[in-house]
Design a protein around this ligand. Sequence first.
Ligand code: ATP
Ligand code: MG
Length: 358
Amino acid sequence: MQAFLKGATIQSAKPQKDKAAAGPSGEKKQKALPWVEKYRPKCVDEVAFQEEVVAVLKKSLEGADLPNLLFYGPPGTGKTSTILAAARELFGPVLYRQRVLELNASDERGIQVVRDKVKRFAQLTVAGTRSDGKPCPHFKIIILDEADSMTAPAQAALRRTMEKESRTTRFCLICNYISRIIEPLTSRCSKFRFKPLANQIQRQRLLDICAKEDLKYTSESIDALVRVSEGDLRKAITYLQSAARLNTEKEITEKAITEIAGVVPTKTIDNLLEICFKGTFEKLEVAVKNIVDEGYAATQVLGQLHEAIIERDIGDKQKSAITEKMAVVDKCLTDGADEYLQMLSLCSVMMQQAAENN
Ligand SMILES: Nc1ncnc2c1ncn2[C@@H]1O[C@H](COP(=O)(O)OP(=O)(O)OP(=O)(O)O)[C@@H](O)[C@H]1O
Ligand SMILES: [Mg+2]
């Protein structure tokens, strides 16, 4: 372990040095930037795959007015990046500080903050030109990132402020779950759904990064990255960086990716299923225990079992009973239940259903 840690730090120090030396000019602090930050879109045009919102933002960059915005969608699809890039383009680096108020889940956003900070910022009036003479919009932007973690009273307190200050302020609410935003707020905003990134787009971005970082990789490893990240580009980039750090000399392989992502080998899953469908309870207990001992996350096993069951040739009734149990197990795991017991309970239901299938 010690040696591994040591090795990893030495290896990771090397490419950073190279990067700093060979890095593109103009960027000052290159040192320890994670790649997700390094390759965060700098302008709206660089945002991939979210055409509608990019079109609207580009119109407002050309001088059209901007509506209040509500971005929602799964993690790592570009919501935060898009509005930050747009704000930077609208205001330039100098004005940005005065014109943009960014509050996220790490800030206090209870009702008091909405009443004081947000309201006060919204009430400020602003000029329509930049110090460098270029025209800029006559409004400010308040970004409420991770808005689904705001309490309902705090959201309610925004309603009137949003309307009253519409002359000088635009709001941009960002969340993963739109159902957690109260109806009166959603109706005041233009909603944009951020879709999980298509495989081809993800692939392209990963290949770009590989080229820029001068990485050696196999085509299968990129396929694996796209597969395990399920449309979440942040996850894909993070895994890529981990893999690159792990073996700086050799090429990145599919095996390294699946290992980093914690994917359970197909053989293990198949083996578990075989025991469920043909074996005995004693064998099942051992198999489940082995999986837990190997350190695989139960949620990962659950996800892979789910895929396998959907594909498997068994009756619809059995499938529905098993997937229903999976939903229950998933909830229990989220609530912090014991992994071994939950997996065993799921596998016994599969065993039961398999017996009925025969
Ligand atoms: N559409 C996209 N185009 C280009 N890069 C993207 C895109 N989506 C995600 N990325 C990459 O993923 C990283 C994370 O994206 P971002 O922070 O915008 O995600 P998010 O949608 O705000 O996620 P969360 O809901 O978890 O806050 C970015 O730094 C960028 O490198
Ligand atoms: Mg975000």
